[in-house]
Design a protein around this ligand. Structure first.
Ligand SMILES: Cc1cc2nc3c(=O)[nH]c(=O)nc-3n(C[C@H](O)[C@H](O)[C@H](O)COP(=O)(O)OP(=O)(O)OC[C@H]3O[C@@H](n4cnc5c(N)ncnc54)[C@H](O)[C@@H]3O)c2cc1C
Length: 385
């Protein structure tokens, strides 16, 4: 989207987030479910469902740099809505990059209006992710037959299509598009989560699910490469979500510190509290600039496996520290329900797990570093600068 058009679009989306979605927060937190009949039309009307879908499929075709402030703004308002919007956009984007023109033409235009939605089905109850997967897809003539179980699959209530990772041979993982109405696929919800309330994260059981061979994404055995590409940029989206949560926690802490008077002075005048605020702002500022760097590199066509893992890692640690300090600045009242800090604190903890926990980020980052990663960055100096 051209910069002028984008500025207007971004302002309109921000206004709609606060006007339409903020009033839903208490209802979602209390009921631990989202009013989907009202929410989805709101998201569609504000243009939040096709943010990363290329314009040729009817979406807004935002760059990553344009998208990040928008997903961050959702995180400020209510974590469950942020997760829904994140998964819906992130995996439509992934399909636009790894899917065939036929798969994209069939699925992506519907994502813009909410008629279709793409979810990502990788995690399993009885196996580790990637090379350890237990779900199998066995070729039988013109179809693949899927058997196995996935869990924690976000948007399992609204997804029309799942990108499913399954083993097509003992050594190969492949990715397939599976429609939700395929016979043999059953979907059960998991219990409600600690934070990011209202989302549905289901258990998918594949019991001899037959899908046409045309549903394979790319070629057999390309699944590991597809999941690495999809998760690489999605980690940046999670870090932007961490930034939104952290920024809101900082803003609320500043307001509270100016307002709360003890021993005749606002607590904002106390050096101990000022230190918390300065440390929170340092994390927010650093995260913002790591995100911009990662986004600009991706938008310029570079792969960023190291930057993506580092920004995801820094983001989850930063939002952890910022929400810890925000609770301290708020004092006891911040620990009660109905204060936004209590919700932000819980929402932030999901960022630890999304698109891989810290150990996975350490593993990816160390693999890239030890392998002689080219930073493509003047600060790296010497032979790269
Ligand atoms: C609300 C929510 C939504 C989610 N949405 C999705 C989704 O839409 N799609 C999807 O596919 N997944 C989804 N997930 C799953 C999420 O990505 C995983 O929970 C996360 O990556 C951790 O994997 P796991 O749960 O299998 O934990 P485990 O792999 O069991 O890990 C448990 C602990 O052991 C450590 N560990 C595990 N293996 C190793 C190893 N080899 N070396 C070192 N340490 C290790 C981990 O770091 C962690 O600390 C979601 C999770 C949640 C909570």
């Amino acid at each position: 989207m051209d910069p002028q058009e984008y500025e207007k679009f971004r302002r309109d989306v921000f206004a709609a987030i606060w006007r339409d979605l903020d009033p839903l927060e208490a209802e979602i937190e209390d009921n631990e479910s989202m009013p989907m009949d009202r929410l989805m039309p709101m998201l569609r009307d504000m243009g939040a469902l096709g943010l990363l879908v290329p314009a040729r499929y009817g979406g807004s075709g935002l760059t990553i740099e344009q998208y990040l402030p928008i997903i961050a703004e959702f995180a400020k308002v209510q974590g469950g809505i942020r997760v829904l919007v994140h998964v819906h956009n992130s995996f439509a984007h992934a399909l636009s990059e790894i899917g065939s023109p036929e798969q994209c033409a069939a699925i992506l235009p519907g994502t813009v209006t909410g008629q279709t939605s793409v979810a990502f089905a990788l995690t399993e109850p009885d196996h580790g992710t990637g090379a350890d997967l237990g779900t199998t897809a066995t070729r039988d003539g013109g179809v693949y037959v899927l058997a196995g179980k996935k869990w924690l699959i976000t948007n399992s209530d609204i997804a029309s299509h799942f990108i499913v990772f399954a083993r097509t041979s003992p050594t190969e993982v492949s990715a397939l598009v599976v429609e939700r109405d395929r016979p043999g696929l059953s979907i059960e919800p998991l219990p409600e989560t600690m934070g990011c309330k209202g989302g549905e994260h289901g258990v998918l059981t594949f019991d001899g699910v037959r899908v046409p061979a045309a549903n394979l994404i790319g070629a057999e055995g390309e699944g590991q490469a597809h999941l690495e590409r999809a998760l690489e940029i999605s980690r940046v989206f999670i870090a932007a979500s961490s930034l939104g949560t952290a920024q809101r926690a900082l803003d609320l802490s500043l307001e509270h510190a100016r307002r709360r008077v003890t021993f005749g002075k606002p607590i904002a005048a106390r050096q101990a509290v000022q230190r918390y605020l300065a440390e929170m702002a340092t994390d927010v500022y650093a995260l913002r600039h790591m995100l911009l760097d990662a986004a600009r590199k991706w938008d310029a066509g570079q792969r960023i496996p190291l930057e993506a893992s580092l920004v995801k890692l820094f983001g989850l640690e930063a939002v952890g520290r910022v929400t810890d300090r925000a609770l301290l600045v708020h004092g006891g009242i911040g620990y009660t329900r109905r204060t936004p800090i209590e919700r932000l604190y819980r929402d932030a903890r999901l960022n630890w797990l999304e698109e891989g926990p810290p150990t996975i980020q350490y593993l990816v980052a160390a693999r890239e570093l030890v392998g002689g990663y080219e930073w493509a960055d003047a600060f790296a100096g010497g032979r790269h600068g």
